[in-house]
Write a protein that binds this ligand. Structure first.
Ligand code: SAM
Length: 282
């Protein structure tokens, strides 16, 4: 294990930036528990988003073949380099994760050996997770610390108030599970929200067959945009599908969906049926 997070912050005179979501983990047991979830083996490549001063990076480096740690804040790089100086298998990259070409990093590793682990900056949780899921790459497992209520939305099932476009999108690409909750006391400084660790086991094959992925996500997004509206009204009101209300009614009927249903009651299968019918009759 590297040095204590607080000591490093003090030693390098680091000013933490709230807007970058800099709440560092100080509890080494939690760090170990998170890394345990990823089941890291000696052949694995781990991409870590936002290593901070490297509390989790040192633990990852002891278990993986290679760790690529992407940190946006250039002021943290000297501390990171110092904390990780004894590990030759760590590559620190000073970059915005949203600008990373994932395939360049994963080159040369087998899909089953590519993992992502991160205590995420909460201001950008969804874009980061969706980037890793949507870009064509070979990642097999992701373990993320997220805000607790985001974790609950990610695993939510149809008919619950947490179920939304985020649940459907993430469950299309992966099988998400909540592993354990983490109290604000385990961070420095303490965040104002509770946290939870989630594990996304990436689907080798999608759970539903889609004629067009874009149509599926367009329908999902539209169905949840106005949660109190019926599916029929939501799909018609956007005007995006170029269909009359009657045509949409018929498509819903054909897909076996009640026209008065709301988006939040539809399963991924039902969204897929509907999207395929819309695509066929485009
Ligand atoms: N991994 C460290 C830990 O657990 O103690 C720090 C986690 S902290 C919650 C989030 C980290 O992500 C910070 O170091 C922050 O600077 C970094 N970060 C924020 N936005 C980023 C981005 N767009 N790309 C890469 N890193 C980012």
């Amino acid at each position: 294990m590297g040095q204590n997070t607080r000591e490093i912050v003090r030693k390098f005179n680091i000013r933490l930036t709230k807007s970058l979501g800099q709440n560092f983990l100080t509890d080494n047991n939690i760090v170990k528990k998170i890394v345990d979830c990823a089941n890291i083996g000696a052949d694995d490549l781990v991409i870590e988003v936002g290593p901070g001063v490297g509390s989790m990076t040192t633990e990852l480096a002891q278990r993986a073949k290679k760790v690529v740690a992407i940190e946006i804040d250039k002021y943290l790089i000297p501390a990171l380099n110092d904390n990780l100086k004894n590990f030759s298998n760590v590559q620190i990259v000073n970059k915005d994760i949203m600008k990373l070409n994932i395939n360049e990093v994963t080159n040369g590793f087998e899909s089953d050996n590519i993992k992502v682990v991160a205590n995420l900056p909460y201001y950008i949780t969804t874009p980061i997770i969706m980037k890793f899921l949507e870009e064509e790459n070979e990642i097999s497992l992701m373990v993320f610390m997220v805000q607790k209520e985001v974790g609950q939305r990610i695993i939510a099932k149809p008919g619950t108030k947490e179920y939304g476009a985020l649940s459907v999108s993430i469950q299309y690409y992966s099988n998400p599970q909540i592993v354990f909750d983490v109290s604000p006391h385990c961070f420095f400084p303490q965040p104002e929200v509770d946290s939870t660790v989630i594990k996304l086991v990436i689907n080798k094959n999608p759970p539903v067959e889609l004629l067009d992925k874009n149509m599926f996500f367009k329908i999902v997004k539209c169905s949840f945009a106005q949660r109190r509206k019926t599916l029929l009204n939501s799909l018609f009101n956007t005007g995006d599908f170029g269909k009359t209300k009657d045509e949409i009614k018929q498509l819903l009927e054909k897909a076996g969906v009640d026209e008065n249903a709301r988006g939040e009651t539809l399963s991924i299968n039902q969204f897929a049926n509907l999207a395929n019918l819309f695509q066929q009759l485009k």
